[in-house]
Ligand binder design. Structure first.
Ligand code: KMH
Ligand code: ZN
Length: 274
């Protein structure tokens, strides 16, 4: 089995410090969390940006600052969000892709997102897919519900994404597919030939679904974007604790953890210049 790619999602767009005081906001704080997560075995950083008061922003200047700080201290694969936050416009959301990071997310459909609606119409998806492609960035196809895999296939038919691609199953968002392990088996069964996949379980689903991915040969995303608890009722002190936990489980189960260089190879990304 290939080594396990661990993605750290250190901040997201929704979670705030009143829920966990360790949530990073500033570029320096986000970069520090990425550095600690890298030390524990993360190989991809799924980045969102925040303003100093914690509000989400897609401002490329803020992303640039985070990326420079992360890349100065680690060889993490940089993956920017094009999801941003519910309610952001397309042109806002695409902002960080103009920095030509190695990867960017591409959500393959609209989904209820708690009380909001995370809008990704066909036209939106084609806009994001075209821009990601035009900038030479590798997409990670975000799947919040089963029909989204079919939408990904439509994008491939239109030559807006290439297969085999890398998918991420986000499971347990209120409004999307639930974190029931049976759903993970179903999603995997829908994947086009040769595609790689990871799972991002929301809240209490994060580690159990991650453990299943470890066994099945998939990959795992952990971090405050998806889950703020280390165990029931115990807030994680850092994203690194969540990375360390899934890395420990992987090792116990006999699955080595990928370095960023190994992850680049598995994902078909060019090597990073030393
Ligand atoms: N914040 C969510 C509405 C992504 O990063 O591409 C969307 C999201 C997905 O986080
Ligand atoms: Zn995200």
């Amino acid at each position: 089995m290939d080594p396990l790619i661990i993605t750290v999602a250190p901040v997201g767009a929704e979670v705030m410090r009143d829920q966990n005081p360790n949530v990073p906001y500033t570029p320096a704080e986000i970069a520090e969390e990425c550095y600690r997560a890298w030390n524990e075995g993360a190989s991809i950083a799924h980045l969102h940006a925040r303003l100093p008061d914690g509000r989400p922003t897609q401002d490329p200047a803020v992303y640039r600052e985070i990326i420079e700080l992360v890349s100065a201290r680690t060889d993490l694969i940089i993956q920017v969000s094009t999801g941003g936050a519910v309610g952001m416009t397309r042109s806002e959301r695409i902002g960080p892709v103009t920095l030509r990071p190695e990867m960017a997310t591409l959500t393959c459909g609209t989904v209820n997102f708690g009380d909001g609606i995370f809008m990704n119409s066909q036209e939106d998806m084609e806009f994001f897919a075209s821009a990601i492609r035009a900038h030479g960035v590798k997409p990670e196809l975000e799947i919040f519900d089963a029909g989204m895999v079919e939408n990904a296939r439509r994008l491939e038919k239109k030559k807006l994404v290439e297969f085999p691609a890398h998918f991420d199953f986000v499971m347990g968002v209120p409004g999307g597919i639930s974190g029931d392990p049976r759903n993970l088996f179903h999603l995997i069964s829908l994947l086009p030939e040769g595609c790689t996949w990871s799972v991002a379980g929301i809240g209490r689903h994060e580690i159990p679904l991650g453990a299943i991915a470890v066994v099945l040969g998939g990959h795992v995303r952990v971090g405050f974007e998806d889950n703020i608890y280390l165990s029931r009722g115990v807030l994680a002190r850092s994203n690194a604790e969540l990375v360390a936990k899934i890395a420990r489980i992987a090792r116990e189960l006999g699955r080595p953890v990928a370095t960023p260089a190994q992850a680049r190879k598995m994902l078909g990304l060019p090597e990073r210049a030393a």
